[in-house]
Ligand binder design. Structure first.
Ligand code: F6P
Length: 320
């Protein structure tokens, strides 16, 4: 029987993490389960840095961006020794199960703890949307809206000056932020990790939109870690009639109050994580597929890949 759980947020923070923490804590207390909030993700776990959570400790947090528990990235958590240390700390504290809120790195940590016998449930929360066991991760919708708001602003100034805006968005190795924002904002070119990067082809496309399509301005969205956007903007200035300008949206994409959609999904998934534990679905993660809350084993989830890129890329090609 589960009497006490731990909850942590790990990896890059995302808007909606707080709503998920709130739902986990309130749902656990509803089921007479104690909750320990672990500070700063796996780093706090191995430092035994935790605090008892009450109904009041999660009041008024749903509307706040970031995570009240703090987050961290901990490379050392990849070693077996550190993982064993974490399990020993959880057992010493009388914690029967751990709920982890984060992205794929967070899930991998939970998978390792599961292999050592600790019950773990994952809740998908990252702006990257790089967890294929759910249609959307908590925070993706808010980050996407932040990106769109900024691109719309850039379009105003870019079209006034006959410029080409090259905008770098986050996503790590996941194309979703670039594809969804690019399609939503009518970007002329979207560069993602799913197509081999071909600079000459990008420059050719920009010339085509300027000369043949007579565009007054152009927008190029680039997923981070692919190319230097400042250099690309300069080359656009040299090879086309547009003046190229680069903007890196950076961490602004991760902040801000979560959207209603993210708050709602976070609340449903936080509550469902408890339901999964009570149903003995240990070593699982929760997600939303086709509008239905679902659970899946962590092993199965981590082996999945997303397969909708081709459809989105083809959609962009048809409507650009
Ligand atoms: O995982 C979320 C994310 O924002 C990625 O999109 C990005 O690559 C990374 O985190 C940045 O991490 P950090 O804030 O540690 O520099």
């Amino acid at each position: 029987m589960i009497k006490k759980i731990g909850v942590l947020t790990s990896g890059g923070d995302s808007p909606g993490m707080n709503a998920a923490i709130r739902a986990v804590v309130r749902s656990a207390l509803f089921h007479d389960i104690e909750v320990m909030g672990i500070r700063d993700g796996y780093k706090g776990l191995i430092n035994d840095d935790m605090v008892a959570m009450s109904h009041a400790s999660v009041s008024d947090i749903s509307a706040k961006g970031g995570t009240i528990l703090g987050s961290a990235r901990l490379d050392a958590f990849k070693t077996l020794e550190t993982q064993k240390q974490a399990v020993a700390i959880l057992r010493r504290r009388g914690i029967d199960a751990l709920i982890v809120i984060g992205g794929d790195g967070t899930y991998k940590g939970a998978q390792k703890l599961s292999e050592l016998g600790m019950k773990c449930i994952g809740i998908p929360s990252t702006i990257d949307n790089d967890i294929p066991s759910t249609d959307f991760t908590i925070g993706f919708d808010t980050a996407l809206n932040t990106i769109i708001e900024n691109i719309d602003k850039l379009r105003d100034t870019s079209s006034s000056h006959h410029r080409c805006s090259v905008i770098e968005v986050m996503g790590n190795k996941c194309a979703d932020l670039a594809l969804y924002s690019g399609i939503s904002c009518g970007a002329e070119v979207i560069i993602t990790p799913h197509d081999p990067y071909d600079e000459a082809d990008v420059l050719r496309k920009i010339q085509y939109f300027e000369k043949t399509k007579k565009k007054r301005h152009a927008i190029v969205i680039v997923t981070e870690k692919i190319t230097n956007v400042h250099e690309l903007a300069q080359k656009i200035s040299v090879t086309s009639g547009f003046s190229g300008r680069a903007t890196i949206l950076g961490h602004i994409q991760r902040g801000g109050a979560p959207s209603a959609a993210d708050r709602m999904m976070a609340t449903k998934l936080g509550d469902h994580a408890l339901a999964a534990l009570l149903a003995h679905q240990d070593h699982h993660c929760v997600g939303v597929i086709d509008n239905q809350v679902q659970t899946m084993s962590l092993n199965e989830a981590l082996a999945l890949t997303r397969d909708n890129y081709k459809q989105l890329i083809e959609l962009h090609e048809r409507i650009v």
